[in-house]
Write a protein that binds this ligand. Structure first.
Ligand SMILES: O=P(O)(O)OC[C@H]1O[C@H](OP(=O)(O)OP(=O)(O)O)[C@H](O)[C@@H]1O
Ligand SMILES: O=c1cc[nH]c(=O)[nH]1
Ligand SMILES: [Mg+2]
Length: 220
């Protein structure tokens, strides 16, 4: 389902039954780190399938078992996958399963837990960004600060075509990204209800980075 927020930019909430089912499993608080990680990758692969549906094809021929065969191949689209560290790493293999040759641009951004401001601590972008489609991956789009900072960075480096894949998105963050970057399309597995007073998505997944890396602190 596409929701048009700005003049150009849109967010697509993927309606595929496998996505719905796997997201339902991810929402269980008691899920193991292993299962959470596996599901994050599986859902990401399904999001990647949706986000690449409009890639152009060109005709070519291959030598088949009974002679020359006309086939199609992706028409020269160069892709860089942009995981927002740390949690974005948990989606990386999910994209690379389908686009194994993609170059990876790592961006390190962490939210200040009090102010919710996004702070950048790493920027390792690949070259020729003006000729690449950037696929940003981050499980959570909450206030939108981390995604906006990443898009700002990519555009400043010359990137002209940017899409983002998220597992869960909050309406507040979607509206903010839309206002700042109306040309960026977002593919998400779920649009949730709202943010709570601490900037966490409700119902959401909790802290996605902690769940992916097993760093969740036990409450006293
Ligand atoms: O939309 P925002 O309000 O910016 O919040 C979303 C960000 O918060 C989480 O990362 P976090 O800062 O917890 O860092 P981590 O990935 O290292 O856990 C998440 O992975 C996003 O990057
Ligand atoms: O709900 C949220 C919001 C930000 N980051 C997370 O990991 N979860
Ligand atoms: Mg982050």
């Amino acid at each position: 389902m596409w929701f048009i927020f700005g003049v150009l930019m849109a967010i697509q909430e993927i309606q595929h039954p496998l996505v719905k089912h796997k997201m339902g499993l991810m929402r269980k608080a008691e899920l193991s780190t292993k299962s959470f990680r596996e599901l994050a990758q599986e859902v990401t692969t399904l999001l990647t399938y949706e986000a690449t549906k409009d890639f152009e094809l060109e005709e070519t021929t291959v030598e088949g078992w009974c002679g020359e065969v006309n086939v199609q191949k992706i028409a020269g689209k160069k892709v860089t996958v942009v995981p927002i560290l740390r949690a974005g790493i948990g989606m990386l293999d999910g994209v690379l399963n389908l686009i194994p040759g993609a170059k990876v641009s790592a961006v390190g951004i962490a939210r200040n837990e009090e102010t919710l401001e996004a702070g950048t601590y790493l920027k390792k972008l690949v070259g020729e960004l003006d000729q690449r489609l950037a696929l940003i991956i981050d499980p959570m789009l909450a206030t939108g600060g981390s995604l906006i900072a990443t898009i700002d960075m990519l555009k400043a480096a010359g990137c002209k075509e940017i899409r983002a894949l998220t597992l869960v998105s909050a309406p507040e963050g979607i509206a903010k990204v839309t206002a700042a970057h109306p040309d960026v399309d977002i593919y998400t597995a779920a649009i949730d209800e709202r943010l709570n007073e601490n900037g966490y998505i409700i119902p959401g997944l909790g802290d996605a980075g902690d769940r992916l890396f097993g760093t969740r602190q036990k409450e006293d």
